[in-house]
Design a binder for this molecule. Structure first.
Ligand code: ADP
Ligand code: MG
Length: 577
């Protein structure tokens, strides 16, 4: 066994192992074969040894990007994505991603090296001193520290179970520097490891909850199904498709739920969103929360008509979090949807054609209204011209993974680019954060082996832009399109004082992000029209070479905060002036 280190006393003939090898063996035993991280004290040697033992170790330029990569690896695979960082500042950089994973219900384990407990606890000023466990706790689903080599197996088992069972989330695992070098008997060490059996056990819904939900759905005149990213995560694609089709109910995909059924499916109500939210009388949520992204299930968005909610979720406490749920179905989505499908029987009748036709008509009208805008070949580009060609490219390449972040770039791409397969669209998620871009690209390419297309606002790209070096270093099939409108929201703001500084939302005019990719040996293209953009993206997707396309947009294209400008407080005084 390669985890054996030389005996300190050859005469004793005792085979020994150490903390380094036990952690590596424990990860491998549980099929965790990829680590996203940034090397440094005290985990540099650990990364080297992990690579030597066959784990894929991907080094990033910043822990936050590595953490976002691990979080989305968790979403895509249902196994915890592993992020490895150094102590204090590295740990804190990774923590943002861990909190993000927890908020989004993605399984992830952040493993950070930490300084000497004795010194940290007496606050005597150790190198990178920080009580990391205490800081992590409120920001993740669970946090553990391992002090002894013989507890590594149990420690990792606890971390895995906490990350993937029930509602998935982020777990922090604190490994003090001293642990890595601790030596123990190799045989005892091997025995101490735990292969986690059935880490995310099926959670079967109670039969009466299934019956109640079907009764409510049956009573509906204008039913609606909302598919969230929990439904995509569950990997119950066939059951969900069969259930939705058998029900005949229009469905609305949340951003990362897109593609479970194609956006072009006859029952898809994506382009009739406001109508179905307003007019529906029964709404069935599958792996979607009634948070801000759904206006909390009440108010203007939802109209005046009384509504009944059915909700399928693995987390019982999610029920009634914003409005009353008349039919909660608690369990894993695969088991719940299968149980509902079975209980529907053969005599299920689809909702009235009045409703389904009305939804379809609204949808088709909206799609038709949009169509001419998507065909413009303006230079500099506007959002619709640029997204029109990307929409066609994704249609022709439905296996590619689409990464999307920005403000206008996000809102418009989400609506315009149709998805055809599950888990192909990954984006800013529950927080609507910027900075996930390059980390998501790297993990998507590594975990799926599929080509990746990133559609990035210029501002959003800046948060993780240095990771283009990482993309080039690992030669990943990633094509990044930067929608460059010279600024945040738009590039046309002016400094009202007339001073030398530009306005806070403005970037360097005419910046050439494509040169960044060229600096590291990738392909850079400056695209000034939709035609040029189309050629460049197709070439990148065909070649699989790391590519960055600087898509030159009109600086006046775009609106404040995209579609969520209403969340931005505005000064009443400013308006009066
Ligand atoms: P969206 O933003 O797409 O609406 P959310 O992140 O708000 O999605 O909701 C996802 C929901 O899915 C969470 O409430 C989570 O508990 C739930 N969930 C995640 N995985 C599963 C699963 N395997 N089975 C059941 N529910 C799940
Ligand atoms: Mg911009």
């Amino acid at each position: 066994m390669s985890a054996v280190v030389q005996s300190i006393n050859p005469a004793a003939e005792e085979e020994l192992t150490d903390g380094f090898h036990l952690i590596i063996d424990a990860l491998k035993l549980n099929g965790l074969n990829t680590i996203y991280g940034v090397p440094g004290i005290p985990i540099t040697d650990f990364g080297r040894m992990a690579q030597a033992e066959g784990i894929r170790v991907l080094s990033f330029r910043h822990e936050q990007a590595a953490g976002y990569a691990a979080s989305i690896a968790g979403f895509l695979t249902k196994k915890p994505g592993v992020c490895l960082t150094v102590s204090a500042p590295g740990f804190l950089n990774g923590l943002t991603a861990l909190a993000h994973a927890t908020t989004n219900c993605f399984p992830m384990i952040l493993i950070s090296g930490s300084s000497e407990r004795e010194i940290v606890d007496l606050q005597q000023g150790d190198y990178e001193e920080m009580d990391q466990l205490a800081i992590a706790k409120p920001l993740c689903k669970a946090a553990f520290r391992v002090l002894h080599a013989q507890d590594i197996g149990i420690g990792l088992a606890r971390a895995i179970r906490a990350a993937v069972s029930g509602r998935p989330g982020g777990v922090y695992l604190d490994l003090p520097a001293k642990l890595f070098g601790q030596v123990m008997n190799a045989e005892a060490g091997k025995k101490s490891l735990v292969k986690v059996i059935d880490a995310a056990p099926a959670q079967i819904p109670a039969p009466d909850s299934v019956k109640r939900a079907l009764d409510v759905l049956k009573s509906a005149k204008k039913p609606l199904i909302i598919l969230g990213k929990g439904a995509a995560y569950a990997q119950a694609d066939e059951a969900i498709k069969n259930f939705v089709e058998k029900s005949g109910v229009p469905f609305l995909p949340m951003s990362m739920g897109k593609g479970l059924l194609p956006d072009t499916h006859p029952q898809c109500a994506g382009a009739a969103r406001s109508t179905v939210l307003k007019d529906s009388d029964v709404v069935m949520l599958i792996g979607a929360r009634l948070n801000w992204l759904l206006s909390h299930g009440k108010g203007k968005t939802w109209g005046d008509a009384p509504k009944k909610f059915i909700q399928i979720d693995i987390e019982p406490r999610e029920m009634d979090s914003n409005v009353e749920i008349v039919a909660p179905v608690v369990g894993d989505i695969g088991s719940c949807v299968t149980a509902m499908l079975n209980a529907m029987g053969n005599s299920w009748s689809a909702p009235s054609a009045d409703w389904t036709k009305a939804v379809q008509t609204k949808r088709d009208d909206n799609v038709a209204k949009m169509a001419p805008k998507l065909m413009n070949n303006n230079s500099p580009m506007d959002y619709h011209g640029a997204l029109g060609v990307l929409r066609t490219i994704v249609k022709e390449r439905p296996d590619a993974i689409l990464v999307n972040e920005g403000a206008n770039t996000l809102d418009l791409a989400r609506g315009i680019i149709d998805m055809y397969k599950p888990r192909k669209r990954i984006d800013v998620g529950t927080w609507g954060i910027m900075g996930i871009g390059m980390g998501y690209c790297i993990a998507a390419a590594v975990e799926t082996g599929k080509p990746v297309l990133a559609v990035e606002g210029d501002s959003a790209f800046g948060f993780s832009g240095m990771e283009v070096e990482t993309i080039c270093r690992y030669n990943l099939p990633v094509c990044v399109v930067v929608f460059n409108n010279d600024g945040i929201y738009r590039g046309t703001d002016v400094n009202p004082t007339g001073g030398a500084d530009v306005a806070p939302t403005v970037f360097v005019k005419g910046a050439r992000y494509d040169k960044m990719m060229e600096a590291f040996g990738g392909v850079g293209v400056n695209a000034t029209s939709p035609d040029e953009l189309k050629r460049a993206v197709n070439a990148a997707m065909d070649s699989g070479k790391p590519t960055l396309i600087n898509a030159v947009l009109d600086p006046a294209a775009g609106s404040e905060s995209g579609r969520i400008g209403n969340l931005n407080p505005q000064s009443a005084l400013k308006k009066k002036k």
